[in-house]
Write a protein that binds this ligand. Structure first.
Ligand SMILES: [Zn+2]
Length: 127
């Protein structure tokens, strides 16, 4: 583990995701956002409700990174994807061989560690 300063809103959300209890923040107008937020980024509503993240999401876009930034140097090559989970989109590493991941694939979100720094990050597993 790194000695990165803990960011409560973000780390609480990662803790919950790691425990299989991931959540997002829903506003009264049906928008979703990821913690930490004090207001809806779409409409500014301040009544945000923690809502369970759907068990699976769908990959919207993905790309294979062969050369990564120093923080992820030892992770490369890896597949980075954006996936929709209901009202929110998550970005994460896909635990799959490059070339085997396609847009529309169903994934579950969990928490893994960077092979480079040991920092926790969002990981997708193909379903
Ligand atoms: Zn909103």
């Amino acid at each position: 583990m790194s000695d990165r300063v803990r960011d409560d809103g973000y780390d609480d959300a990662i803790d919950a995701l790691a425990a299989g209890e991931g959540y997002y923040l829903a506003c009264p107008n049906g928008h979703g956002s990821l913690p930490p937020r004090h207001a809806c980024p779409h409409c500014g509503a301040r009544e945000l409700t923690e809502t369970a993240l759907p068990e699976t999401g769908t990959i919207d876009s993905c790309s294979t990174l062969h050369v990564a930034t120093p923080a992820f140097a030892d992770d490369a090559p890896y597949v980075l994807a954006v996936a929709s989970f209901g009202a929110v989109r998550l970005t994460g590493q896909v635990r799959a061989e490059p070339g085997t991941v396609e847009i529309g694939d169903e994934v579950a979100a969990t928490v893994g560690e960077s092979a480079t720094t040991g920092d926790r990050l969002v990981v997708f597993e193909l379903r």
